[in-house]
Design a protein around this ligand. Sequence first.
Ligand code: ADP
Ligand code: ADP
Length: 220
Amino acid sequence: MSTKPKYIILLGPPASGKGTQAALLHDHLGVPHVASGDLFRYNLKNNTPLGIQAKAYMDKGELVPDDITIGMVMDRLSRPDCEDGALLDGFPRTIAQAEALGKALAEKGQEVTRVLNIVVPDEILVERVTGRRLCKTCGASYHIKFKPPKQEGICDLDGGELYQRDDDTEETVGNRLRVYWEQTSPLIDYYQEKGILVDVDGNQDIAEVTEALKEALADL
Ligand code: ADP
Ligand code: ADP
């Protein structure tokens, strides 16, 4: 592996498996997992001004405005642990966010290394969203059917209580998918034109998706 910083983006609709795969891949890549949704949820839990601003958008399944989101993620990326790169999950989600990221990296003589586009049909995503459960303490992601914890309601990793996200409901998922197709999917062409996008079939077992992602990164 080269020592050049690696900025890898996991692109994909809600519940396509970005968080699950990032947790399995970031050690292998030697870069931190930076998830915009996790950063928002951390702010929400701690009632910060940013969390209070973001809540109304998140509850409706809308995107939080670009200026708020870009500021939050850039602040995270400027920390020392991201010097060698990051595995980005859920950011960028708009062309404006992608341009801001590209500009910030270019200022440091860096660039996005690869974009992994996780492809899953919409009808599969609805069941993934409604069955998702997260650990209250470590954020690990489970699914009541596809990835159940060993003991119901309890995290395998740290014994934390599992909960359902407020936005993981049947009512919100339709809007989140619409928002993905309208505002985020243009990033597929955007990064394809730059020649750095690889499609990965996300509609297979979790371990098979991990293998496919590793293969798509094997030359880095
Ligand atoms: P995202 O971060 O893209 O929103 P998650 O990684 O949280 O998605 O996955 C969404 C839900 O689907 C979780 O409940 C997770 O356990 C489950 N899941 C993830 N990958 C798969 C897969 N390949 N097959 C079945 N279920 C999956
Ligand atoms: P999912 O796991 O379903 O892909 P996330 O956890 O990434 O969802 O995001 C949850 C919510 O947080 C989004 O519906 C949106 O309101 C907000 N959010 C996360 N990332 C972004 C982003 N890059 N731009 C705008 N809003 C975002």
